[in-house]
Design a protein around this ligand. Structure first.
Ligand code: PLP
Length: 434
Protein backbone atom coordinates (compact mmCIF):
# COMPACT_ATOMS: atom_id res chain seq x y z
CA UNK A 1 0.00 0.00 0.00
CA UNK A 2 1.35 3.38 -1.00
CA UNK A 3 0.29 6.84 0.07
CA UNK A 4 -0.01 9.90 -2.15
CA UNK A 5 0.08 13.54 -1.21
CA UNK A 6 -3.24 15.39 -1.49
CA UNK A 7 -1.28 18.25 -3.09
CA UNK A 8 -0.22 15.79 -5.84
CA UNK A 9 3.25 17.36 -6.19
CA UNK A 10 5.28 14.77 -4.29
CA UNK A 11 6.24 11.15 -4.93
CA UNK A 12 4.13 8.32 -3.50
CA UNK A 13 5.60 6.68 -0.43
CA UNK A 14 5.22 3.50 1.63
CA UNK A 15 3.42 3.40 4.99
CA UNK A 16 6.80 3.47 6.70
CA UNK A 17 7.93 6.60 4.89
CA UNK A 18 4.57 8.31 5.37
CA UNK A 19 4.84 7.70 9.12
CA UNK A 20 8.44 8.89 9.33
CA UNK A 21 7.88 11.97 7.15
CA UNK A 22 4.51 12.91 8.67
CA UNK A 23 3.71 15.37 5.90
CA UNK A 24 4.68 15.16 2.21
CA UNK A 25 7.48 17.40 0.86
CA UNK A 26 4.84 19.43 -1.03
CA UNK A 27 3.14 20.08 2.36
CA UNK A 28 0.20 17.84 1.40
CA UNK A 29 -1.40 15.28 3.69
CA UNK A 30 -0.80 11.66 2.84
CA UNK A 31 -3.79 9.55 1.77
CA UNK A 32 -3.93 5.78 1.06
CA UNK A 33 -3.91 4.92 -2.64
CA UNK A 34 -6.85 2.58 -2.21
CA UNK A 35 -9.27 1.44 0.49
CA UNK A 36 -10.49 -2.11 -0.09
CA UNK A 37 -13.74 -2.93 1.73
CA UNK A 38 -13.64 -5.82 4.17
CA UNK A 39 -15.78 -8.82 3.16
CA UNK A 40 -19.49 -8.78 4.13
CA UNK A 41 -18.82 -11.79 6.33
CA UNK A 42 -16.57 -9.63 8.50
CA UNK A 43 -19.50 -7.39 9.43
CA UNK A 44 -21.95 -10.30 9.68
CA UNK A 45 -19.72 -12.12 12.19
CA UNK A 46 -18.28 -9.10 13.97
CA UNK A 47 -20.02 -9.91 17.26
CA UNK A 48 -17.92 -13.07 17.54
CA UNK A 49 -14.61 -11.37 16.82
CA UNK A 50 -12.26 -9.91 19.45
CA UNK A 51 -11.25 -6.24 19.44
CA UNK A 52 -7.67 -7.21 18.63
CA UNK A 53 -8.72 -9.25 15.62
CA UNK A 54 -11.13 -6.57 14.38
CA UNK A 55 -8.34 -4.00 14.57
CA UNK A 56 -5.89 -6.29 12.83
CA UNK A 57 -8.26 -7.02 9.93
CA UNK A 58 -9.06 -3.32 9.58
CA UNK A 59 -5.54 -1.86 9.65
CA UNK A 60 -3.63 -4.58 7.84
CA UNK A 61 -4.07 -3.23 4.31
CA UNK A 62 -2.88 0.22 5.38
CA UNK A 63 0.30 -1.09 6.98
CA UNK A 64 0.87 -3.76 4.30
CA UNK A 65 4.25 -5.49 4.49
CA UNK A 66 6.04 -2.68 6.27
CA UNK A 67 5.30 -4.39 9.58
CA UNK A 68 5.06 -8.21 9.73
CA UNK A 69 1.67 -9.59 10.85
CA UNK A 70 3.02 -11.04 14.08
CA UNK A 71 4.59 -7.72 15.09
CA UNK A 72 1.44 -5.82 14.09
CA UNK A 73 -0.63 -8.14 16.28
CA UNK A 74 1.67 -7.52 19.24
CA UNK A 75 1.47 -3.77 18.66
CA UNK A 76 -2.34 -3.90 18.64
CA UNK A 77 -2.38 -5.94 21.84
CA UNK A 78 -0.37 -3.19 23.55
CA UNK A 79 -2.30 -0.30 22.03
CA UNK A 80 -5.76 -1.72 22.77
CA UNK A 81 -5.33 -2.92 26.34
CA UNK A 82 -8.27 -0.92 27.68
CA UNK A 83 -12.07 -0.86 27.26
CA UNK A 84 -14.26 1.07 24.81
CA UNK A 85 -17.68 0.79 26.42
CA UNK A 86 -20.88 1.92 24.74
CA UNK A 87 -23.14 3.33 27.46
CA UNK A 88 -26.82 3.92 26.69
CA UNK A 89 -28.08 7.08 28.38
CA UNK A 90 -31.42 7.56 26.58
CA UNK A 91 -33.58 5.42 24.28
CA UNK A 92 -31.69 5.04 21.00
CA UNK A 93 -28.88 7.26 22.23
CA UNK A 94 -25.58 6.09 23.65
CA UNK A 95 -22.09 7.35 24.25
CA UNK A 96 -18.92 5.61 23.16
CA UNK A 97 -16.42 6.17 25.97
CA UNK A 98 -12.94 6.71 24.60
CA UNK A 99 -11.31 7.77 27.84
CA UNK A 100 -10.25 4.55 29.50
CA UNK A 101 -6.64 4.76 28.30
CA UNK A 102 -3.61 5.99 30.23
CA UNK A 103 -4.15 9.74 29.64
CA UNK A 104 -7.96 9.52 29.53
CA UNK A 105 -8.49 10.95 26.06
CA UNK A 106 -9.13 9.20 22.73
CA UNK A 107 -5.74 10.38 21.48
CA UNK A 108 -4.15 7.53 23.45
CA UNK A 109 -5.09 5.11 20.65
CA UNK A 110 -3.46 7.03 17.80
CA UNK A 111 -0.47 8.18 19.84
CA UNK A 112 0.30 4.69 21.12
CA UNK A 113 -0.06 3.14 17.66
CA UNK A 114 2.21 5.74 16.09
CA UNK A 115 4.78 5.33 18.86
CA UNK A 116 4.90 1.57 18.43
CA UNK A 117 5.21 1.86 14.64
CA UNK A 118 8.07 4.37 14.92
CA UNK A 119 9.71 2.20 17.56
CA UNK A 120 9.61 -0.72 15.13
CA UNK A 121 10.92 1.37 12.23
CA UNK A 122 13.78 2.64 14.42
CA UNK A 123 15.10 -0.84 15.21
CA UNK A 124 18.62 -1.13 13.83
CA UNK A 125 18.82 2.59 12.99
CA UNK A 126 22.07 4.06 14.25
CA UNK A 127 20.82 7.57 14.89
CA UNK A 128 18.04 8.49 17.22
CA UNK A 129 14.75 9.84 15.85
CA UNK A 130 13.43 12.97 17.54
CA UNK A 131 9.70 13.58 17.71
CA UNK A 132 8.78 17.21 18.11
CA UNK A 133 5.22 18.09 19.08
CA UNK A 134 3.36 21.24 20.11
CA UNK A 135 0.37 20.79 22.37
CA UNK A 136 -2.54 22.85 23.60
CA UNK A 137 -3.36 20.18 26.18
CA UNK A 138 -4.38 16.60 25.37
CA UNK A 139 -2.03 15.72 22.51
CA UNK A 140 1.14 16.19 24.57
CA UNK A 141 0.06 13.85 27.35
CA UNK A 142 -1.04 11.11 24.97
CA UNK A 143 2.13 11.39 22.89
CA UNK A 144 4.39 11.47 25.96
CA UNK A 145 2.70 8.41 27.39
CA UNK A 146 2.65 6.53 24.10
CA UNK A 147 6.36 7.08 23.43
CA UNK A 148 7.60 6.56 27.00
CA UNK A 149 10.43 4.04 26.96
CA UNK A 150 10.33 3.47 23.16
CA UNK A 151 13.95 2.77 22.17
CA UNK A 152 15.60 4.96 19.56
CA UNK A 153 12.98 7.69 19.82
CA UNK A 154 13.29 10.87 21.82
CA UNK A 155 10.25 13.11 22.36
CA UNK A 156 10.29 16.86 22.83
CA UNK A 157 6.98 18.48 23.75
CA UNK A 158 6.35 22.21 23.58
CA UNK A 159 3.51 23.63 25.63
CA UNK A 160 2.41 27.19 26.38
CA UNK A 161 3.34 28.21 29.90
CA UNK A 162 0.31 28.71 32.14
CA UNK A 163 -2.19 27.76 29.40
CA UNK A 164 -2.71 24.05 30.02
CA UNK A 165 -4.60 22.66 32.99
CA UNK A 166 -2.68 21.41 36.05
CA UNK A 167 -3.61 17.79 35.25
CA UNK A 168 -2.54 18.19 31.63
CA UNK A 169 0.78 19.75 32.68
CA UNK A 170 1.46 16.89 35.08
CA UNK A 171 0.80 14.37 32.31
CA UNK A 172 3.50 16.08 30.21
CA UNK A 173 6.16 16.88 32.72
CA UNK A 174 6.36 14.02 35.19
CA UNK A 175 7.39 11.08 33.00
CA UNK A 176 11.13 11.63 32.43
CA UNK A 177 13.14 8.99 30.50
CA UNK A 178 13.00 9.78 26.76
CA UNK A 179 10.40 12.53 27.21
CA UNK A 180 11.34 16.20 27.65
CA UNK A 181 8.83 19.01 28.16
CA UNK A 182 9.68 22.53 27.07
CA UNK A 183 7.60 25.23 28.68
CA UNK A 184 7.28 28.09 26.22
CA UNK A 185 6.73 31.70 27.21
CA UNK A 186 3.93 32.26 24.72
CA UNK A 187 0.74 30.82 23.27
CA UNK A 188 -0.04 27.49 21.61
CA UNK A 189 0.31 29.22 18.24
CA UNK A 190 3.86 30.26 19.21
CA UNK A 191 4.68 26.65 20.08
CA UNK A 192 3.29 25.44 16.78
CA UNK A 193 5.23 28.09 14.86
CA UNK A 194 8.50 26.99 16.49
CA UNK A 195 7.83 23.38 15.56
CA UNK A 196 7.11 24.37 11.97
CA UNK A 197 10.29 26.47 11.85
CA UNK A 198 12.31 23.50 13.08
CA UNK A 199 10.98 21.30 10.26
CA UNK A 200 12.21 23.83 7.70
CA UNK A 201 15.61 24.44 9.34
CA UNK A 202 18.16 22.85 7.00
CA UNK A 203 20.98 23.20 9.50
CA UNK A 204 19.02 21.31 12.09
CA UNK A 205 17.81 18.65 9.66
CA UNK A 206 21.41 18.04 8.55
CA UNK A 207 22.35 16.94 12.06
CA UNK A 208 19.27 15.11 13.31
CA UNK A 209 16.32 12.96 12.22
CA UNK A 210 13.19 14.89 13.09
CA UNK A 211 9.50 14.00 12.81
CA UNK A 212 6.20 15.27 14.19
CA UNK A 213 3.43 13.48 16.06
CA UNK A 214 0.41 15.60 15.26
CA UNK A 215 -2.85 14.26 13.93
CA UNK A 216 -2.00 14.57 10.26
CA UNK A 217 0.39 11.61 10.62
CA UNK A 218 -1.29 8.56 9.07
CA UNK A 219 -0.22 6.39 12.02
CA UNK A 220 -2.14 8.64 14.39
CA UNK A 221 -5.12 9.14 12.11
CA UNK A 222 -5.99 5.66 10.81
CA UNK A 223 -6.07 3.59 14.05
CA UNK A 224 -8.86 5.86 15.24
CA UNK A 225 -11.16 3.85 12.97
CA UNK A 226 -10.91 0.88 15.36
CA UNK A 227 -13.38 2.09 17.94
CA UNK A 228 -16.05 2.91 15.36
CA UNK A 229 -15.96 -0.79 14.52
CA UNK A 230 -16.05 -1.71 18.23
CA UNK A 231 -19.14 0.48 18.65
CA UNK A 232 -20.78 -1.16 15.64
CA UNK A 233 -20.08 -4.56 17.17
CA UNK A 234 -21.65 -3.43 20.46
CA UNK A 235 -24.92 -2.15 19.03
CA UNK A 236 -25.37 -4.24 15.89
CA UNK A 237 -28.13 -6.25 17.59
CA UNK A 238 -30.30 -3.09 17.82
CA UNK A 239 -30.88 -3.49 14.07
CA UNK A 240 -31.26 0.23 13.51
CA UNK A 241 -29.48 2.64 11.23
CA UNK A 242 -26.50 4.14 13.03
CA UNK A 243 -25.51 7.78 13.35
CA UNK A 244 -22.20 8.83 14.89
CA UNK A 245 -21.76 12.29 16.34
CA UNK A 246 -18.14 13.30 16.78
CA UNK A 247 -17.01 16.37 18.73
CA UNK A 248 -14.54 17.76 16.22
CA UNK A 249 -11.55 20.09 16.17
CA UNK A 250 -8.98 19.05 13.60
CA UNK A 251 -11.41 16.47 12.12
CA UNK A 252 -9.00 13.54 12.33
CA UNK A 253 -11.27 11.44 14.51
CA UNK A 254 -14.38 11.83 12.32
CA UNK A 255 -12.32 11.25 9.22
CA UNK A 256 -11.17 7.89 10.64
CA UNK A 257 -14.84 6.98 11.18
CA UNK A 258 -15.41 7.69 7.51
CA UNK A 259 -12.59 5.30 6.62
CA UNK A 260 -14.45 2.64 8.65
CA UNK A 261 -17.45 3.42 6.43
CA UNK A 262 -15.26 2.97 3.33
CA UNK A 263 -14.27 -0.43 4.76
CA UNK A 264 -17.95 -1.39 4.58
CA UNK A 265 -19.25 -0.57 8.05
CA UNK A 266 -22.95 0.31 7.76
CA UNK A 267 -23.39 3.95 8.87
CA UNK A 268 -26.34 6.13 7.97
CA UNK A 269 -24.75 9.46 8.77
CA UNK A 270 -22.00 11.37 10.57
CA UNK A 271 -22.50 14.50 12.61
CA UNK A 272 -19.52 16.79 13.19
CA UNK A 273 -20.33 18.75 16.32
CA UNK A 274 -18.21 21.81 17.03
CA UNK A 275 -18.02 24.67 19.50
CA UNK A 276 -18.23 28.25 18.18
CA UNK A 277 -15.23 27.55 15.98
CA UNK A 278 -17.66 26.87 13.17
CA UNK A 279 -15.63 26.83 9.96
CA UNK A 280 -17.03 23.43 8.95
CA UNK A 281 -20.68 23.97 10.03
CA UNK A 282 -20.55 27.14 7.94
CA UNK A 283 -19.05 25.28 5.00
CA UNK A 284 -21.82 22.67 5.16
CA UNK A 285 -24.36 25.48 5.04
CA UNK A 286 -22.83 27.69 2.37
CA UNK A 287 -20.32 25.57 0.47
CA UNK A 288 -17.66 28.16 1.24
CA UNK A 289 -14.58 27.19 3.26
CA UNK A 290 -13.56 30.21 5.22
CA UNK A 291 -10.86 29.50 7.84
CA UNK A 292 -10.52 31.96 10.70
CA UNK A 293 -8.50 32.48 13.88
CA UNK A 294 -9.68 30.24 16.72
CA UNK A 295 -11.79 31.39 19.65
CA UNK A 296 -11.18 30.04 23.17
CA UNK A 297 -14.00 27.87 24.60
CA UNK A 298 -14.61 25.40 27.45
CA UNK A 299 -14.17 22.55 24.95
CA UNK A 300 -10.65 23.78 24.23
CA UNK A 301 -9.35 20.71 22.37
CA UNK A 302 -11.70 21.78 19.57
CA UNK A 303 -10.62 25.41 19.36
CA UNK A 304 -9.51 25.11 15.77
CA UNK A 305 -10.28 27.65 13.06
CA UNK A 306 -8.75 25.79 10.11
CA UNK A 307 -9.14 22.03 10.70
CA UNK A 308 -6.16 20.29 9.15
CA UNK A 309 -7.90 16.97 8.36
CA UNK A 310 -11.01 18.40 6.71
CA UNK A 311 -9.29 18.15 3.36
CA UNK A 312 -9.18 14.38 3.89
CA UNK A 313 -12.90 14.35 4.71
CA UNK A 314 -13.68 16.11 1.44
CA UNK A 315 -11.37 13.80 -0.45
CA UNK A 316 -13.15 10.69 0.89
CA UNK A 317 -16.35 11.90 -0.78
CA UNK A 318 -14.40 12.79 -3.94
CA UNK A 319 -14.74 16.54 -3.32
CA UNK A 320 -18.42 16.18 -4.21
CA UNK A 321 -20.36 18.60 -2.02
CA UNK A 322 -23.69 16.77 -2.52
CA UNK A 323 -22.17 13.40 -1.62
CA UNK A 324 -20.60 14.99 1.44
CA UNK A 325 -23.96 16.41 2.52
CA UNK A 326 -25.54 12.96 2.18
CA UNK A 327 -23.08 11.66 4.75
CA UNK A 328 -22.23 14.59 6.97
CA UNK A 329 -24.10 17.23 8.94
CA UNK A 330 -22.28 19.75 11.06
CA UNK A 331 -23.60 21.94 13.87
CA UNK A 332 -21.93 24.47 16.20
CA UNK A 333 -22.80 25.14 19.85
CA UNK A 334 -21.94 27.87 22.34
CA UNK A 335 -20.37 27.35 25.76
CA UNK A 336 -23.70 28.15 27.38
CA UNK A 337 -25.46 25.43 25.36
CA UNK A 338 -22.63 23.07 26.27
CA UNK A 339 -22.95 23.73 30.02
CA UNK A 340 -26.72 23.32 29.78
CA UNK A 341 -26.22 20.00 28.04
CA UNK A 342 -23.81 18.75 30.73
CA UNK A 343 -26.40 19.66 33.34
CA UNK A 344 -29.33 18.21 31.38
CA UNK A 345 -27.55 14.89 30.78
CA UNK A 346 -26.62 14.69 34.46
CA UNK A 347 -30.09 15.59 35.74
CA UNK A 348 -31.93 13.23 33.38
CA UNK A 349 -29.65 10.20 33.44
CA UNK A 350 -26.99 10.68 36.13
CA UNK A 351 -24.31 10.51 33.43
CA UNK A 352 -21.43 12.99 33.68
CA UNK A 353 -20.22 14.21 30.28
CA UNK A 354 -17.15 16.34 29.62
CA UNK A 355 -17.57 19.56 27.58
CA UNK A 356 -16.45 17.88 24.33
CA UNK A 357 -18.80 14.93 24.74
CA UNK A 358 -21.62 17.35 25.59
CA UNK A 359 -21.07 19.13 22.26
CA UNK A 360 -21.28 15.73 20.57
CA UNK A 361 -24.54 15.01 22.43
CA UNK A 362 -26.05 18.29 21.24
CA UNK A 363 -25.11 17.56 17.63
CA UNK A 364 -26.68 14.13 17.84
CA UNK A 365 -29.94 15.42 19.38
CA UNK A 366 -30.24 18.00 16.66
CA UNK A 367 -29.86 15.38 13.94
CA UNK A 368 -32.19 12.88 15.62
CA UNK A 369 -34.98 15.49 15.86
CA UNK A 370 -35.29 15.11 12.09
CA UNK A 371 -34.32 11.43 11.97
CA UNK A 372 -35.98 9.78 14.97
CA UNK A 373 -35.69 6.21 13.65
CA UNK A 374 -31.92 6.07 14.05
CA UNK A 375 -29.64 4.77 16.76
CA UNK A 376 -27.25 7.55 17.78
CA UNK A 377 -23.81 7.31 19.32
CA UNK A 378 -21.83 10.34 20.42
CA UNK A 379 -18.15 10.01 21.23
CA UNK A 380 -16.98 10.86 24.73
CA UNK A 381 -13.49 11.99 23.74
CA UNK A 382 -12.09 12.72 27.23
CA UNK A 383 -12.85 11.93 30.85
CA UNK A 384 -14.77 14.75 32.60
CA UNK A 385 -12.09 14.92 35.30
CA UNK A 386 -9.71 16.45 32.72
CA UNK A 387 -12.01 19.49 32.71
CA UNK A 388 -12.59 19.43 36.44
CA UNK A 389 -13.42 23.09 37.06
CA UNK A 390 -16.00 23.42 34.30
CA UNK A 391 -17.72 20.13 35.07
CA UNK A 392 -17.82 20.45 38.86
CA UNK A 393 -18.99 24.02 38.57
CA UNK A 394 -21.77 23.03 36.16
CA UNK A 395 -23.22 20.04 37.97
CA UNK A 396 -22.44 21.29 41.50
CA UNK A 397 -20.80 18.06 42.57
CA UNK A 398 -17.17 17.06 43.01
CA UNK A 399 -15.74 14.29 40.84
CA UNK A 400 -13.75 11.27 41.97
CA UNK A 401 -10.17 11.29 40.69
CA UNK A 402 -9.47 8.08 38.71
CA UNK A 403 -6.22 6.13 39.35
CA UNK A 404 -4.56 7.19 36.05
CA UNK A 405 -4.82 10.81 37.15
CA UNK A 406 -4.10 10.14 40.83
CA UNK A 407 -0.80 8.63 39.75
CA UNK A 408 0.55 11.91 38.35
CA UNK A 409 -0.85 14.23 41.00
CA UNK A 410 2.02 14.03 43.49
CA UNK A 411 4.90 13.62 41.02
CA UNK A 412 7.35 16.46 40.50
CA UNK A 413 6.83 18.54 37.37
CA UNK A 414 10.02 18.95 35.33
CA UNK A 415 10.34 21.20 32.32
CA UNK A 416 12.80 23.48 30.60
CA UNK A 417 11.71 27.06 29.99
CA UNK A 418 12.34 28.52 26.57
CA UNK A 419 11.49 31.90 25.12
CA UNK A 420 12.13 31.67 21.40
CA UNK A 421 13.19 29.51 18.47
CA UNK A 422 16.92 30.11 19.05
CA UNK A 423 16.60 28.51 22.48
CA UNK A 424 14.67 25.55 21.05
CA UNK A 425 17.38 25.02 18.45
CA UNK A 426 20.14 25.23 21.06
CA UNK A 427 18.35 22.64 23.10
CA UNK A 428 17.82 20.29 20.14
CA UNK A 429 21.42 20.54 18.93
CA UNK A 430 22.80 20.10 22.44
CA UNK A 431 20.43 17.23 23.11
CA UNK A 432 21.31 15.34 19.95
CA UNK A 433 25.05 15.52 20.66
CA UNK A 434 24.85 14.14 24.15
C1 PLP B 1 -8.32 16.31 20.20
C2 PLP B 1 -9.65 16.30 20.85
C3 PLP B 1 -10.85 16.50 20.11
C4 PLP B 1 -10.84 16.82 18.64
O1 PLP B 1 -10.49 15.72 17.84
P1 PLP B 1 -10.11 15.92 16.30
O2 PLP B 1 -9.67 14.60 15.81
O3 PLP B 1 -9.00 16.95 16.27
O4 PLP B 1 -11.33 16.43 15.61
C5 PLP B 1 -12.07 16.40 20.76
N1 PLP B 1 -12.13 16.15 22.10
C6 PLP B 1 -11.01 15.97 22.83
C7 PLP B 1 -11.14 15.73 24.30
C8 PLP B 1 -9.73 16.04 22.26
O5 PLP B 1 -8.64 15.87 23.00
Amino acid sequence: MNYYSLNKQAPNVSFKDAVIKGIAPDKGLYFPESITPLPDSFFEDIQNVSHHEIAFQAIRQFVSDDIPDSVLKDILKDVLDFDFPVVEIEDDLATLELFHGPTMAFKDVGARFMAQCLGYFSLGEKSELSVLVATSGDTGGAVANGFLGVDGVKVVILYPSGKVSDIQERQLTTLGQNITALQVDGTFDDCQKMVKTAFLDEELLATMRLTSANSINVARWLPQLFYFLFAYKAIKSKEKEIVFSIPSGNFGNICAGMVAQCLGMPVKHFVAATNVNDTVPEFMLTGKYNPKPSTATISNAMDVGDPSNFIRVRHIYKDDYEALKENLSSFAFTDEETRNAILHIYDSSGYIADPHGAVGYLGLKKYQEEHPDTYGIFLETAHPVKFLDVVEDTIGKSLDIPPQIEKVMDKEKKSIRIKNYAELKDYLLGGSNS
